[in-house]
Each structure stands twice: as structure tokens, then as C-alpha cells.
Design a protein around this ligand. Structure first.
Ligand code: AFP
Length: 336
């Protein structure tokens, strides 16, 4: 590594540089994000040793979605709550693993400006077989006029109000991707120095890709418009030959879509008529990132970022990806 040829920029430096563009910024936001980077380093260290320690398998409890919690889900949740719990700017935390938001009682003060919601370990059913998983996060500012104790209302805001969002992919390397509304940047964890280093600056999603990503085992119960759409992709309607790629972990499936283009979708199915994925901590973060990178995201009826949530764990249908594939999907859905 030479400092002369390519400067090493860590995620912390990058956030501070971005912040300096805003006179009067207090540094609280970068301190908050450093809580997320710390937690995800703890989580990735556990994941990397998963087969060696007694951390694989089920924890024995079910989470709020009725899904069996894996031991690593519980560890990841605790790591995030622990790392963010000491940031005085964070008023409320919410997670896939807990039914109700965690109010950081000691921080219910004027300092507590931010609400952070996350899925600590998305795709965790893939952990036991050594397949990539991820963490997602979304950050809102406390809405005006909200009583500090009314924790849910901190999160019941449309996605276009997110002030930052991102994810970490625990794959062949560990990569953090985030946006604060001024482009999308990716940082790879350098294990030698224990820091996330800028590796993908100002990511742009290709206008069109050559992969589509969907659980095709469910296709019999997709609405007609989605079946017509997928059939069109297979038959070359968009003048491309498509391949399928589907991991069953949204974060790496989306990450590939972000870098290579194409579309990731989880349409309504018989089992999940309103879609399976969670609006606040799955769809919103990836929709914010996709739009910042030049892509689009919809629930089939409206832009994901315009949905006003009614509950924290609300599910949604999600289609996210490159402009060309998304515009064709919307055309199929409108024509029904
Ligand atoms: P788990 O966290 O329970 O593994 O669920 C993962 C997930 O929410 C999302 O990451 C995947 O894209 C989606 O579910 C996969 O769902 P299917 O197994 O129904 O395709």
C-alpha cells in the first residue's frame, strides 16, 4: 500500500469530509454512524468464526415475525443496540428482532434527534450453509411535535424522509454501502487495519443489466402482470438475454443488482399477499440507495419512498433495479 499513489480514505474520514460541507454540523451524525460501523465489525467477526464457535443454529425463541431466531440474529441485535445505545443523539432504536422500539430512556432529551431502525442479520437462514448475509439500517430525524415517549411515531414516516441509510454485506469480503442523500458510496473492510476503506466511490447503477433476481418457485402465485413481465424478460423483450441470480438474502441480492444492474423483486404471493419484505428496514434503505444511484424502486403501485407506514414491521411488495427493467415492469403492472 502506498499513501502516495492512492490515498486511503476510511468511512469515518469520508463522513467527516462530507460533514464539513455543512457549516455548523456538530459531528453527532458521524458519531452515530461510527456506532453502526463498530457493531457491524463485531458482527462480521462472529460470522467469520461461525463454524468454529457455538453460534450456529437456532436460539430457541421466535421473533416478532414468528420466525425462529438464530443465535447470530440475537448476537447481531445486541451488538447494534449496545453500540448505538451510548450515542446521545440516538433517541429510539427499532429492530426486526424486537416487537417494540427500544427507547433509550437516558437519552430522551433535546440531544436525542435520531431514530435508527435496522435488520441486524438479514437472510440469516443462510448462515448455517455459509452463504452471504447482511445488515440493513435506516435513519430518521425525530419528527416535529412528537412526544419523546411515543417511540413508534419516530419511525412512521415515509422513506423519502430518511436522512441516511445503508447496509453491510458479509460476503467474500465485508462491504458497507451507505447514502446520506448525496450519492452512494461503498467501503470494504480491510481486515489488516480493521477499518472500512473507500473502495466504491459514487456508485451508479447501470441503466440496464442482464440479471433478474426473484424466487421463481413462487411464480405460480405471482399476479398476472409479474408473470407477463418475467416472461417478457426471458423472451428477449428488452433486447437482452437474461440470467437469473437469487441468493435468498436480500442484501447481497440487491448489492449485485446495484453494481451490475437488472432487477430484484419480491412480488405478492399466495403466502404473502402484501409482499414479504419489511418496508422500514428492508425496502426503504435499498430504495433510497437505488434512487441515489440512478435506479428506481416500487411496490407495484407507488414509489417505495412515498409509502406512509402504519406500523413498524409492515410488509411490502418490492421491485428495485435499473431504469430500463423498472420502467418495463411499471408498464406491465399499469396495463395489468
Ligand atoms: P431470513 O432473514 O428469514 O432468512 O429472510 C430473508 C428475507 O427476508 C430476505 O433477505 C430475502 O430476500 C427473502 O427473505 C427470501 O425469501 P424467500 O426464501 O421466500 O425467497
Amino acid at each position: 500500500m502506498t499513501f502516495k499513489s492512492k490515498p486511503v480514505v476510511t468511512v469515518q474520514q469520508h463522513i467527516l469530509q462530507e460533514q464539513m460541507r455543512f457549516p455548523g454540523a456538530s459531528g453527532e451524525f458521524s458519531w452515530l454512524l461510527s456506532g453502526i460501523t463498530l457493531a457491524t465489525k463485531l458482527i462480521q467477526a462472529r460470522i467469520r468464526r461461525a463454524g468454529l464457535s457455538d453460534i450456529l443454529g437456532e436460539h430457541g425463541d421466535t421473533n416478532v415475525q414468528g420466525e425462529m431466531q438464530q443465535k447470530l440474529d440475537v448476537y447481531a441485535d445486541e451488538a447494534l443496540v449496545h453500540s448505538l445505545g451510548t450515542r446521545s443523539s440516538v433517541g429510539v432504536l427499532a429492530s426486526e428482532e424486537n416487537e417494540h422500539p427500544v427507547i433509550l430512556q437516558q437519552h430522551i432529551s433535546e440531544d436525542a434527534k435520531y431514530a435508527v431502525i435496522f435488520d441486524p442479520l438479514d437472510g440469516s437462514s443462510n448462515i448455517d450453509v455459509n452463504v452471504s448475509v447482511g445488515t440493513t439500517f435506516s435513519i430518521f430525524r425525530k419528527p416535529d411535535g412528537v412526544q419523546s415517549g411515543d417511540a413508534s411515531s419516530w419511525f412512521l414516516q415515509p422513506g423519502h424522509k430518511q436522512i441516511a441509510a445503508g447496509y453491510v454485506v458479509y460476503g467474500s469480503s465485508t462491504i458497507l454501502v451507505y447514502t446520506a442523500g448525496r450519492g452512494v458510496h461503498g467501503f470494504t473492510l480491510d481486515p489488516a487495519i480493521g477499518a472500512y476503506v473507500l473502495s466504491h466511490e459514487n456508485i451508479r447503477m447501470p441503466n440496464q443489466g442482464s440479471y433478474y433476481s426473484v424466487n421463481e418457485a413462487n411464480s405460480e402465485s405471482f399476479p398476472e402482470a409479474y408473470r407477463t413481465y418475467l416472461d417478457g424478460l426471458r423472451k428477449g423483450k428488452l433486447n437482452k438475454t437474461y440470467s437469473t441470480r437469487y441468493i435468498g438474502s436480500m442484501v447481497p441480492d440487491f448489492h449485485r443488482t446495484l453494481l451490475k444492474g437488472g432487477i430484484f423483486l419480491y412480488p405478492p404471493t399466495k403466502k404473502f399477499p402484501d409482499g414479504k419484505l419489511r418496508l422500514l428496514y428492508e425496502a426503504n434503505p435499498v430504495a433510497f440507495i437505488a434512487e441515489q444511484a440512478g435506479g428506481l424502486a416500487t411496490n407495484g403501485k407507488q414509489r417505495i419512498l412515498d409509502i406512509y407506514p402504519e406500523s413498524i414491521h409492515q410488509r411490502t411488495c418490492l421491485a428495485v433495479g435499473s431504469k430500463v427493467e423498472m420502467e418495463e415492469l411499471m408498464r406491465c403492472v399499469v396495463e395489468g
